[in-house]
Every structure is written in structure tokens, then in C-alpha cells.
Design a protein around this ligand. Structure first.
Ligand code: PNW
Length: 463
């Protein structure tokens, strides 16, 4: 008999996008300017000086896009709300036309039988808050985020039951306020930046991290206070995952310790309510200013935990000396997907949720992003043969199914991305979609991987 390859009943098969990456309509219907508008409009920041001004024009084509999701049997859609559409100045007077766009999108999704999962912050901060407060360097931005989150939950909460506060703390904090050094294998690293394009000191960076998790906690409280009963909320973080070299209890313990340390500034404090001593001692002991009360807010109880899973942070083995583990360098020949940072190991999709359960006792987990870029082209026969993405999905979902079959509580999976879109620093060159987009005509073409997804979602199984 063939091994069971199915997921638990009710498992969500989702696709994901983010406002700046697909919407376009950057200055329509009263929308305010975001820090990504400013950053992409500054020559030299994005490959080919691409911008999200038009992107996929999803703002005007959302009906077609929802129909495409339905055609591939997606049962959930994770989209983000552009804060400056709702509050053009970040605070103050709301913009009814901005809210109306998301209201229409949500109605369209529900009519198609697709559950909306909304992210409140996927990095497009209102420029006004950057100018006035220095963005997340200030407590005021965290407070403003809480207010905005509560307002949106109040207005859309009758139809949106699941909320993610903030997407990838690590990426927008480390990339936007300093620089991220991503390990590539063979001792090489690559530097990733982003809006607002600052380079703060280590001490200031700790303060920015603190305000980001505080903003999350304030948003959780505001959503609970102002959303209808039963509203569910969590975060969506790019979890740093240490993969054990060997599956033995000693190696697994080492990997858990390394994972807890690597996430200290974000997941660890949000789920534990305190900064680890090691984290506070880092960077010469530069300590963020914080109160006990803020820590309680940061660790507000969640309904689920969302993680974006692309690649392992590192491999570890146990060590006798503190901290009890040793990082193994990634080999120079280690295989990668198309993005230069994308070290390939499907096992990370097993270990990431398993660590969440074993380290922090997570009871409901969503994979809020997973996917890869590929060099997709429309072939002479009109199809897009992304064989590498099919391989990637089968391998990663196989590892996820291994986790759920062992009882790891994963309730859904969101593929990044529903469509090719604006890929931050890389612009339109890096295609992550299940659906190919011609960025001149804006025509959409489902790829081979979309056919794979359609059948996997239909059978609720790895196919
Ligand atoms: C995520 N890394 O970013 C973001 O949430 C998406 O908006 C983005 O388009 C997608 O993944 C693909 O890049 C990441 O270096 C940025 O490992 C960096 C990394 C992973 C994800």
C-alpha cells in the first residue's frame, strides 16, 4: 500500500502576495506615499530602477486574480494591506476609498470560496511616519501601528477572521535600518538592503527591533479589542532555522538551542516575553529601552504562529563547550535555487514547524510563505515549464506532510507567490509566481507548477 501523503482535514491551501509587490495604483484614490515608493523612486536602489508603480495592476485586476486563484483550487489567500491607503499620513483621517478596495477584494474572495488572511504590515510604511518619527526607531510608530490595526480589524473583521500583524521583522528591520549579511555557502555572504535605506548603530538597531515587536503586541491587543469575537491573530516571521546534521536527540537539542538564539530579537521575545541574557549582552551590551509592561504587550497571547520558510539559516551539531552547539559552514557547492540567497534544503520545512512546537509549544502554525524564483519563460506552445519549481514544491510539501503526519500542528500553507511580482531589490527579474505575468501586457499565464498545486490542493496531498 502506498504511504499516506495527505494533510489533515481542513488544511488550508493558500497563495500569498504583498501590497507593494502586486497592487500598483501607487498614488490612486487618496493613497499616501510609502517608504517603498520613495525608495524605489530613488535611482540605483532597485535593479533596472524598476518600481511598484504599476506592478501587476492587481488594484484594478483583482477580480481576474481571484478567479485565477479559484481555478487552481486555492482555499486561502494571504494578502497585505497598504497602511498608507488606509491612513495616508499614517495617523489621523482614514481614507474611505483605500479601505473600500480591501472590502471589495474580501467580498470577491468569499464569493469564490477563498478564505482571506490579511497581513497588516508588509513593509510599506507611510512615508509621513518615517519623516516625522524616524519610522520604527520611535515608539510613536509602534503606537500608530496599533491604532491602524484596530481600525482595520473593526472595519473588515466581520469578514476577515485571520490576521497577521507584521511580515518578516528580520527582513525589514535588519535590511532597512542596517544591512543583512546572508550566508551563501563557502564562507561567502551577500548584502541585502531595503527601505528606508538607513544604516544605524547596533544599539539603535536593537531599539528598532524592540519597537517592531512592541508594534506587533499593540496590534494584537487592538485587534482583540476592536475586532469581533473569534477574530484570530498572529505574526508572520522569516524564522531563522538551524537544521540538525543528524536526527538524534543530541543534535536536535543543539538545533533547538541554536534556533532559539538566532530568533532572540523577534520570535523568542514574542513567545517568551523576555529578552534572553545572551541577546541583551550582544553588541557590547547595548540594551534597548523597555519596560516590563511593554514585554507583557509584546508577548500578548496569539492564536497561531506564522513562519515564512525558504532556506536553512545554518546546520548545527552538538558541542561540549557553551552554548552547547556548533554551527557547520554551508559548503561552497551546496545547491541553490535561482535567488542567490536561496540555499536549498527541503528538510527546513520539517524542522521549522517542529522546532516551533518543541521549543515554544506552538499549537497552531501556518506556513505563511514558501516558494522559489525560477528563470521562467513562455515557451513556443504558450506554456511555462518551471520544472525546478515543481521539484521544489513536491520536496518541501513532502517534508511538511512528514511534520503533520507526526502531529506537528500545521493548519495551512501559503505559496509565495500567487503571481510573478515586484521582488524588492531585484525588481521584475526574479519570478516567484505560480502564474506567469508579462509585465508589458500584464497578461497572466498559469505555469506547470500551478497545475501541480491545483492537483495537490484538490487531493489535500503531496502529488
Ligand atoms: C520574503 N532570505 O523575503 C518576503 O516576505 C517577500 O515579500 C519576498 O518577495 C519573498 O520572501 C521572496 O524573496 C525574503 O534572504 C527576503 O532568506 C530574504 C530572504 C528570504 C525571504
Amino acid at each position: 500500500m502506498a504511504a499516506d501523503r495527505t494533510f489533515p482535514e481542513g488544511f488550508h491551501w493558500g497563495v500569498a502576495t504583498a501590497s507593494y509587490q502586486v497592487e500598483g495604483a501607487w498614488d490612486e484614490d487618496g493613497k499616501g506615499v510609502s517608504i517603498w515608493d520613495t525608495y524605489a523612486h530613488t535611482p540605483g536602489n532597485i535593479r533596472n530602477d524598476d518600481t511598484g508603480d504599476v506592478a501587476n495592476d492587481h488594484y484594478h485586476r483583482y477580480e481576474e486574480d481571484v478567479a485565477l486563484m479559484r481555478s487552481i483550487n486555492a482555499t486561502a489567500y494571504r494578502f497585505s494591506i497598504a497602511w498608507p491607503r488606509i491612513f495616508p499620513e499614517g495617523v489621523g483621517e482614514p481614507n474611505p476609498k483605500g479601505l473600500d478596495f480591501y472590502s471589495r477584494l474580501v467580498d470577491e474572495l468569499l464569493a469564490a470560496g477563498i478564505e482571506p488572511f490579511a497581513t497588516l504590515y508588509h513593509w510599506d510604511l507611510p512615508q509621513a511616519l518615517q519623516d516625522r518619527y524616524g519610522g520604527w526607531l520611535s515608539n510613536d510608530t509602534a503606537q500608530a501601528f496599533g491604532d491602524y490595526a484596530g481600525f482595520v480589524a473593526e472595519r473588515l473583521g466581520d469578514r476577515v477572521r485571520h490576521w497577521f500583524t507584521i511580515n518578516e521583522f528580520t527582513s525589514f528591520v535588519e535590511g532597512g535600518y542596517h544591512i543583512i549579511e546572508v550566508p551563501l555557502g563557502g564562507g561567502k555572504t551577500m548584502r541585502l538592503g531595503g527601505a528606508p535605506g538607513l544604516d544605524l548603530s547596533a544599539a539603535e538597531l536593537k531599539q528598532v527591533r524592540h519597537h517592531a515587536v512592541l508594534g506587533h503586541g499593540l496590534a494584537v491587543q487592538a485587534i482583540r479589542a476592536r475586532g469581533p469575537a473569534g477574530t484570530k491573530v498572529g505574526f508572520a516571521e522569516n524564522m531563522a532555522v538551524a537544521v540538525p546534521v543528524i536526527d538524534t536527540p543530541e543534535h536536535v537539542r543543539a538545533a533547538e538551542a541554536a534556533t532559539r538564539a538566532a530568533n532572540a530579537g523577534f520570535i523568542t521575545v514574542m513567545l517568551e516575553g523576555r529578552y534572553t541574557d545572551e541577546y541583551l549582552a550582544e553588541a557590547g551590551g547595548a540594551t534597548p529601552r523597555f519596560t516590563e509592561d511593554e514585554l507583557r504587550t509584546i508577548a500578548s497571547p496569539l492564536d497561531f504562529v506564522g513562519i515564512n520558510v525558504y532556506k536553512p539559516r545554518c546546520y548545527v551539531e552538538p558541542a561540549d563547550e557553551p552554548p552547547g552547539y556548533r554551527e557547520i559552514p554551508i559548503n561552497a557547492s551546496h545547491p541553490k535555487m535561482q535567488s542567490s540567497w536561496h540555499v536549498l534544503d527541503p528538510a527546513v520545512m520539517y524542522w521549522a514547524p517542529r522546532h516551533l512546537q518543541s521549543i515554544w509549544g506552538a499549537r497552531s502554525i501556518y506556513i505563511t510563505e514558501n516558494g522559489c524564483a525560477a528563470s521562467d519563460v513562455v515557451a513556443g506552445d504558450g506554456r511555462v515549464y518551471d520544472s525546478d519549481r515543481v521539484m521544489f514544491l513536491r520536496a518541501f510539501l513532502g517534508q511538511l506532510q512528514r511534520a503533520t503526519s507526526e502531529g506537528v500542528p500545521v493548519d495551512g500553507y501559503f505559496l509565495w507567490s500567487a503571481q510573478d511580482n515586484f521582488e524588492w531589490i531585484e525588481g521584475y527579474g526574479n519570478r516567484f509566481g505560480l502564474i506567469y505575468v508579462d509585465f508589458d501586457s500584464l497578461e497572466r499565464t498559469p505555469k506547470l507548477s500551478a497545475e501541480w498545486f491545483r492537483e495537490a490542493a484538490r487531493r489535500n496531498a503531496v502529488v
